[in-house]
Design a protein. Structure first.
Length: 371
C-alpha cells in the first residue's frame, strides 16, 4: 500500500533540480494511506466473548461451552487469544488444562452475548500502526439487548487488552460480519443488511457507500442484492454467504436442490457474483461451498453455513455440522482456496442453535494489537 513520493532536499532550488538530473537530488519518503486489511493479513490474535449463565445460552450452557473450549484450544495453539467475560476465573476453571493459558489474555467485562464478530473492533492499518474503530452495535437492528456488548471495545482499549489508536464511530451502526475486505480497496457487503431501517435508516445506499469509502479508504463497494439463510438474525451478513479468500477469489454458498427454500435467492446471488470483476477487470474465481442439509431446532430451520469460516495465519477454522459428506466437501473447497493453510473443522451444531456459527463468535486482530 506504499506510495513512493520524491521530495526535493530542503536546500535545492527548482533550477538545480531541472538542470542536474544526474545528481542525487531527491530523497524517498514512503507514505501509507490507512487501509482495511483482509482477514488473511498477518494477525496477532483472536477475540472470543465467552458464554455464561446470563446470556441466551443459559439453557444449553455446557454444550456451547464445550464448543468454545475447542475453539479456544485450536486458536491458542496458533495465535494469542483474548477472552472477554464477566468472570474470567470461572472461564479458567472451565478451560482447565485444555488451553495454554500463557497464550490467553482475559478482559473482565459485562456482556450480553457472545458474537465477537459484531461487537468487536474493526481495525485499520496505517504505516504498520493500528486504529481500532468502535462502531455502534445495536443487536442487529434492535432485535436483542446490546448495552453491555456495545461497550466492550472501548473497555478493551482502556484496559490495554487491545493496543492501538481508539476511534469512536458510535454514531454509525455496523457489524464486522457485514463486511468482507480484499485488503486492496474493495469491500463486499449486502444491501439487505446495510440498508436495514433499524441500523442507519436515515441514510440511503449512496450515503452509506460514501461513508464506507471515506471511513475505510476504499476504492469501491460491491453490493450483493440476493442471498439469505433461514433462521438468520443478521439480515444476511456477508460472512454467511460469500467470502474473499484472496483478492481474486470468492467462496460462496451454492444451493443445488431446486426444492430447497434457498435455491432461488442463492442462485440469484451466484449469478450476481459472476458479474463482479476484480480491480484489474477480470472475473473473480468463484468457489462454491456446499449447502448444509436442513437442520431444525424447536421447529425452526437453523442457518447452517460453511461460509462462516475463520482465516488465521496458518490455518482456516471452519464449521462442521455432523454431515460427513458436506463437511468433507467444504474442507476440500477451502483447501483449494487456501492451499498453504491447515483446514481444521470444528463441530458448530451448538452455535447454530442461537443462529450463528464459527466466524460469528470470533474477531481477528492484526499483528501488534494483541501482545
Amino acid at each position: 500500500m506504499g506510495i513512493i513520493v520524491g521530495l526535493p532536499r530542503q536546500n535545492d532550488s527548482e533550477k538545480d533540480l531541472a538542470l542536474n538530473f544526474e545528481k542525487v537530488l531527491v530523497t524517498q519518503t514512503e507514505v501509507e494511506a490507512p487501509f482495511l486489511p483482509a482477514e488473511w493479513y498477518p494477525q496477532s490474535g483472536i477475540q472470543l466473548t465467552w458464554p455464561h449463565e446470563k446470556t441466551d445460552w443459559a439453557y444449553m450452557l455446557d454444550e456451547v461451552q464445550t464448543c468454545f473450549i475447542t475453539l479456544a484450544r485450536e486458536i491458542a495453539q496458533r495465535e494469542l487469544l483474548v477472552i472477554v467475560s464477566p468472570d474470567p476465573e470461572a472461564v479458567k476453571r472451565q478451560i482447565g488444562s485444555d488451553v495454554d493459558l500463557d497464550r490467553v489474555r482475559f478482559l473482565k467485562c459485562d456482556t450480553n452475548d457472545t458474537w465477537a464478530r459484531d461487537h468487536g473492533a474493526i481495525t485499520l492499518i496505517n504505516s504498520k500502526k493500528s486504529t481500532l474503530l468502535d462502531f455502534k452495535f445495536n443487536g442487529w437492528g434492535l432485535k436483542f439487548a446490546s448495552n453491555f456488548d456495545n461497550l466492550i471495545t472501548q473497555k478493551a482499549v482502556q484496559a490495554g487488552c487491545l493496543k492501538g489508536s481508539y476511534q469512536n464511530c458510535l454514531n454509525f451502526v455496523l457489524e464486522g460480519g457485514a463486511l468482507e475486505s480484499d485488503g486492496v480497496g474493495t469491500l463486499l457487503t449486502t444491501t439487505e443488511c446495510l440498508l436495514s431501517p433499524n441500523r442507519n435508516g436515515q441514510m440511503n445506499l449512496a450515503d452509506i457507500e460514501d461513508y464506507l469509502k471515506k471511513t475505510f479508504h476504499l476504492q469501491r463497494v460491491l453490493w450483493l442484492d440476493h442471498g439469505y439463510l433461514a433462521g438468520d438474525d443478521t439480515d444476511s451478513h456477508i460472512d454467511t454467504l460469500a467470502r474473499f479468500c484472496s483478492s481474486d477469489t470468492i467462496a460462496y454458498v451454492k444451493c443445488e436442490e431446486k426444492t430447497d427454500e434457498h435455491y432461488e435467492a442463492l442462485h440469484a446471488m451466484e449469478e450476481q457474483l459472476k458479474t463482479f470483476q476484480t480491480l484489474e477487470g477480470k472475473p473473480y474465481r468463484l468457489l462454491p461451498l456446499p449447502m448444509a442439509d436442513p437442520i431444525h431446532f424447536e421447529g425452526e430451520r437453523l442457518p447452517a453455513t460453511y461460509a462462516n469460516f475463520l482465516i488465521m495465519n496458518t490455518a482456516v477454522l471452519y464449521p462442521t455440522y455432523r454431515q460427513p459428506i458436506h463437511d468433507e466437501k467444504a474442507k476440500m473447497i477451502l483447501q483449494e482456496a487456501f492451499p498453504h493453510h491447515e483446514i481444521v473443522g470444528i463441530d458448530c451444531t451448538a452455535l447454530i442453535k442461537q443462529h450463528g456459527s464459527l466466524h460469528c463468535v470470533t474477531m481477528q486482530y492484526p499483528e501488534g494489537v494483541i501482545i
